[in-house]
Design a protein around this ligand. Sequence first.
Ligand code: UD1
Ligand code: CA
Length: 454
Amino acid sequence: MPLSVIILAAGQGKRMHSDLPKVLQPLGGMTLLEHVVHAAAALKPAHIHVVYGHGGDQVPATLGHLHVHWVQQSEQLGTGHAAMQAMQHISDDHVVLVLYGDVPLVRSTTLQKLTDSAAHGELAVLTALVADPSGYGRMLRDAEGQVQRIVEHKDAGAAERRITEINTGLMACKASLLHRWLKEVRNHNTQKEYYLTDVVAMAVTEGVLVHGVTAAEESEVAGVNDRKQLAAAEATLRQRIADALMQQGVTLRDAARIDVRGQLSCGRDVVIDVNCVFEGEVKLGSRVHIGPNTVIRDCEIGDDSEVFAHSVLDGARIGARVRIGPFARIRPESELGDETHVGNFVEVKQSRLGKHSKANHLTYLGDAEIGSEVNVGAGTITCNYDGVNKHRTVIGDGAFIGSNTALVAPVTVGAGATIGAGSVITRDAPAEALTLERAEQKTVKDWKRPQKKS
Ligand code: UD1
Ligand code: CA
């Protein structure tokens, strides 16, 4: 049977106290809604319908890249009403899986169990046993353990509130059944909302088996309603990613202190020290060491390279056996060749360093094309910006740039050239020669230091 997924994402998320619709809150570098869409997409459904509403077009506008069908719910009249908006686009021969945009960490394997059960004609409801069921709908079962209905926290009596098996909100059944049941849902409850959960009692009345599938872990089905739950979800995700990395053979100095907000792939024997953040797509070669407090976004780093503490790398391609930092900043479109060294307080922007070139201290290399075996002395600055335009600096192989040199671009330093320390280089420096720009040094022999007046 073809599968249609409905993701309910129209709610405001009042408890977030945010201007952002709740499902756009970030979790591990993605919005909450994207996590749910990814989990759903793994089941290869025919369609994913996302019901949006609060915040106007902000949700579809922000997430226009997703392959989903957007369904508007202009008034948020409850989960049952929301599901009905999407059901208009789903034919009777489909299996329907309902997910929530604010339950982001559900696993595809769990969802598969729900849809399998639904394909057998059952109403599958994902439940969980939780320590603190407060706020959730509770599963009411009869003496034989059969699910009878769901009661919302706000509608529940004291005894019902003591039940610790909760409704996660996720369910699956044949579309033909859901079409029929949703028409019967009424809003006669404390919140005056159309509850999707009311279909459970309808199934029981009709003799359709309600299959309560219990989630393996509580964290998988945790809803995100406030900042505290968002932080808890972040911690769950962090742990999952750390576990997966360690299973692949990565050494994490502290598994609780790594944040991967995107895709991190690692070769063999990679070591990652504490408090590192990885964003976007990061690829680390084998035996790469990442020092503590390092932020790396969209970078590729070759084998045996080492990034020392407190470095920030963004959009760079870094070769093998490279040493970066501590306190280095590599900005987008930079390429550091094999065996290059970029040391403390060095910033590299849109620049290329050839094999075995070094800029070890206190340097800015912007819009520069640097050959191999170049030594850039401490305090060298490429003056790439004239206030209006950016200009390039080209440095040939084997050049030696003395400390505290200002290279006023556009300028070229030839191969094997030496630039004397303290120079302001405004014209091209020829290859294999010494070029320097410096006032001549004077010594005043009989000069006396001033004396303090008595
Ligand atoms: C819901 C369930 C509750 C369950 C809990 C699990 C109902 C009636 N209750 O309660 O049994 O324990 O989730 O997290 O279903 N939404 C819409 N349109 C609406 C209302 C809600 O799209 O008109 C969306 C929200 O954006 C959210 C989801 O549906 O993604 C759940 O809505 P929410 O109001 O958070 O329901 P809960 O009160 O948490
Ligand atoms: Ca909720």
